[in-house]
Write a protein of this length. Structure first.
Lengths: 255, 530
């Protein structure tokens, strides 16, 4: 009960700051007519009104589009990164060959790539998926390699004394031991994926919530922009909570 | 039960004809496998680039079906030995052979660790099932399921198969680990401090359990522990490992000497003291040189009672022996006819006399096997020889008597003398008055223990004799040579002299000292009263 009260209080505080800030800016900016100011600096109730007039079927469609892109890019990244990370974490040769490259790629700005992908692959889904993929895959490789490396040697030794072969050892011992950490990293990567998909859509990919933000901005509908941002935030939160629940369910032993 | 008469109980008395018994048992479990370690050398590269020799030319035979406890303090290589036996590490040199060579393939080895005894993501039953399945891939899931309760009941965990390891207590976890290890149906069980973290009662229960398991199906058990009581409680044969590089100090199966609990504890403590004293950094070069010259290196018995060491020296079973300073004073008369010589003194910064060990070798005149190892004068003389003449004052001296060193400075016979840090610290009250300063020794083997004490010319005008007395009062851990020449000298114990240093008697006495004659009387009278 107490936490709910405090949580509500936090939200109220944010709304208060927002409203106060908007009113203040409207007061001091005398260079624009009041109607424009109202559009530029909406109050919370205006956003709620915008939500009411929003075509929700359209919203669902956009959200679905973005979600699909996130899922596709993220899954592709996971499919590539998990085996690669395991390889880097367990095999010295693989680590020496791939880790420097990966570390370099990891620091290339994905925002820069997003314009390139649009240029190369057009404004379709492929570009968005590719941006999400590029944004998450290198970090996932590092995180997975780290998790696999941190599996206590004692577990691995246990497997070796049980005369398990390398494949068996990986499947029965190393992967289960590293799984909770890896899954935690996946959960964090989903958060990044949402950021990157929005970025790509703002940069020019057609459709999706980010694109909707861009369109609303073009018509100076600040209230709608804020609404879209909130929706993306809620979707991100939802995916995080889903992952968290799954993690708790699957890896109860690690908590 | 337990460690009664090692030679009789141990596998040596069991004839190697037990394979029929294996057949008649009809199960997949034999009577264990033999372990033979031949000339194994294992070295670890330390972070600072040195090599730590854990084992050098270690040889060990363990009979099938015996229960061996390997005793040693942490860091002596017990766990390394187990890893070698388990096949997790390979030796640098030598051979680790398991089994009698008649049976096909490598015998199965089960390893049980104190930490991470089980896989936390599996239930108790699954943990055991995993071990069962590993043993024979042909087993069906159903067979595995049927065998799991058997092993659970053997260790008293029946009814817990659906629990997760985190729901178990420490003792139950070790039971689970034991069951898991047994489920691998190994011929050799390696237990690495399995009961280290348990309370006394649980530990006793589990000791009994392990003992019973061994009695029921006598596989080869090798248990590593630092607890003498535990080793005595469970094992038939005891092996004591010395500090890294020394190998086996005591093996109840290969020596007629029986050690009781007290003696074992003393033996282990001996390794601890020499560890703490940093002795082994000094011992290792001696040891290496000894091996190079074909001298039996490490039957330098340490940790045994002084009488036993005397006996070993007398019988020629040891090439040398370690004695503490007080002990040496006691036995010197006894050894007089052996013509012993102190060839090496091990000291420790801030140490009391009890920490000071001496390496004594008998028959000094008849053999000079050790001379190449270290110059006659011991460590200090070795250091003098190594000193770079350009970086240090011209005349660096060393005398057997440390006080004599400082006196030599006073007589202007030398510019600097070599001393250990302890002695330098004891001279602290005088540093300013005498304008002492010290330089670290360049690149010696024992940089932390030794330094060069440099005294600028001038001063030290006090009466040499009085100074000498005062220095003697300070240097309770008087030099080895003094002991050697005067075995009956009574050395005041270190704690009392340290206390005198601390309570300020000396500081006060020297504060009153005007640079003329030393207030020797007041110091000496303090000593008499103490």
């Amino acid at each position: 009960m107490k936490t709910i009260t405090f949580g509500l209080g936090g939200f109220l505080l944010v709304l208060l700051l927002w409203g106060g800030g908007a009113v203040y800016v409207r007061m001091i900016r005398t260079d624009l007519p009041p109607a424009t100011l109202e559009r530029l600096y909406p109050l919370p109730h205006q956003v709620v009104a915008a939500a009411a007039e929003l075509p929700w079927l359209e919203v669902l469609h956009q959200a679905w589009l973005s979600t699909c892109r996130v899922l596709l890019g993220f899954c592709a990244a996971a499919v590539v990164a998990l085996p690669l990370g395991c390889g880097i974490g367990r095999l010295r040769a693989v680590a020496e060959g791939l880790e420097p490259v990966n570390d370099f790629l990891r620091y290339l700005p994905v925002a820069g790539f997003s314009s390139l992908t649009i240029f190369l692959f057009g404004t379709g889904d492929i570009g968005a998926v590719l941006v999400v993929f590029l944004g998450t895959v290198f970090h996932l490789v590092v995180a997975t390699a780290d998790a696999v490396r941190r599996v206590p040697t004692a577990y691995v030794d246990l497997g070796r004394t049980m005369a398990y072969g390398a494949v068996h050892r990986l499947r029965r011992i190393i992967l289960p031991a590293a799984a909770p950490t890896v899954f935690d990293n996946l959960r964090i990567a989903v958060g990044w994926a949402w950021s990157y998909v929005t970025l790509a859509e703002i940069m020019g990919i057609q459709g999706g919530l980010g694109h909707a933000i861009e369109v609303s901005r073009r018509y100076i509908r600040t209230d709608q922009v804020l609404l879209w941002i909130t929706i993306i935030g809620l979707l991100g939160l939802l995916s995080d909570q889903v992952m968290r629940a799954l993690g708790r369910r699957w890896f109860r032993w690690a908590t | 039960m337990g460690y009664v008469a090692p030679l009789a109980v141990d596998g040596m008395s069991r004839q190697p004809g037990t394979s029929e018994a294996t057949e008649t048992r009809g199960t997949s479990v034999g009577r264990g496998a033999t372990i033979s370690v031949e000339g194994v050398t294992k070295t670890f590269r330390l972070a600072r680039g040195d090599d730590l020799v854990v084992f050098s030319n270690l040889t060990l035979d363990i009979a099938a079906g015996s229960f061996v406890a390997i005793l040693g303090l942490s860091g002596c290589g017990k766990s390394t030995l187990l890893r070698l036996l388990a096949g997790l590490d390979a030796p640098d040199n030598g051979r680790v052979a398991l089994g009698d060579g008649m049976t096909q393939g490598r015998p199965r080895v089960g390893l049980m660790l104190q930490q991470y005894p089980s896989l936390p993501w599996l239930t108790v039953g699954q943990n055991i099932g995993l071990a069962l399945a590993s043993r024979n891939s042909a087993r069906t899931k159903r067979q595995v399921r049927e065998r799991v309760p058997y092993y659970l009941s053997r260790v008293g965990l029946w009814g817990w198969q659906h629990a997760y390891p985190r729901e178990l207590s420490g003792g139950m976890l070790q039971r689970l680990a034991l069951a898991r290890t047994l489920a691998m149906e190994p011929e050799i069980l390696l237990l690495d401090e399995p009961l280290g973290a348990l309370d006394a009662l649980t530990r006793r229960d589990l000791q009994q359990l392990i003992r019973d398991l061994h009695a029921a199906e006598p596989r080869t058990f090798v248990m590593v522990t630092h607890d003498v009581d535990e080793a005595l409680a469970v094992a038939d044969r005891l092996i004591v490992l010395g500090p890294p590089g020394t190998g086996v100090l005591y093996d109840s199966a290969t020596t007629a000497l029986r050690l009781d609990r007290e003696e074992l504890v003393r033996l282990l403590q001996g390794t601890r003291v020499t560890f703490a004293a940093g002795t082994w950094s000094g011992y290792a070069p001696v040891h290496a040189a000894a091996i190079a010259h074909g001298v039996p290196g490490y039957d330098l018995w340490l940790g045994m009672s002084d009488q036993e060491r005397c006996a070993a020296l007398r019988a020629g079973r040891a090439a040398g022996a370690f004695f503490t300073l007080p002990a040496l004073v006691g036995v010197l008369n006894e050894l007089a006819d052996l013509d012993p010589v102190i060839i090496h003194v091990f000291s420790h910064p801030g140490a009391s006399t009890s920490c000071e060990h001496m390496l004594v070798r008998p028959h000094a005149r008849t053999g000079d096997a050790w001379r190449w190892a270290l110059p006659r004068g011991g460590l200090e003389e070795a250091i003098v020889q190594r000193i770079d003449g350009e970086a240090f004052p011209d005349r660096v001296v060393w005398y057997p008597d440390r006080a004599e060193c400082v006196l030599a400075l006073g007589r202007e016979e030398a510019d600097a003398c070599i001393t250990d840090v302890t002695f330098a610290q004891q001279l602290l009250p005088w540093w300013r008055r005498w304008r002492l300063r010290w330089l670290p020794l360049p690149d010696t083997v024992w940089p932390d223990l030794w330094c060069v004490l440099v005294v600028p010319r001038r001063r030290l005008t006090a009466e040499p004799e009085a100074l000498r007395h005062a220095l003697l009062a300070l240097t309770r851990d008087a030099s080895a040579a003094a002991v050697h020449t005067a075995g009956h000298v009574q050395y005041p114990d270190a704690s009392r002299s340290m206390a005198r240093l601390r309570d300020g008697t000396l500081a006060a006495a020297f504060a009153r000292w005007g640079g003329g004659r030393l207030p020797v009387e007041s110091i000496l009278s303090e000593r008499c009263r103490g």
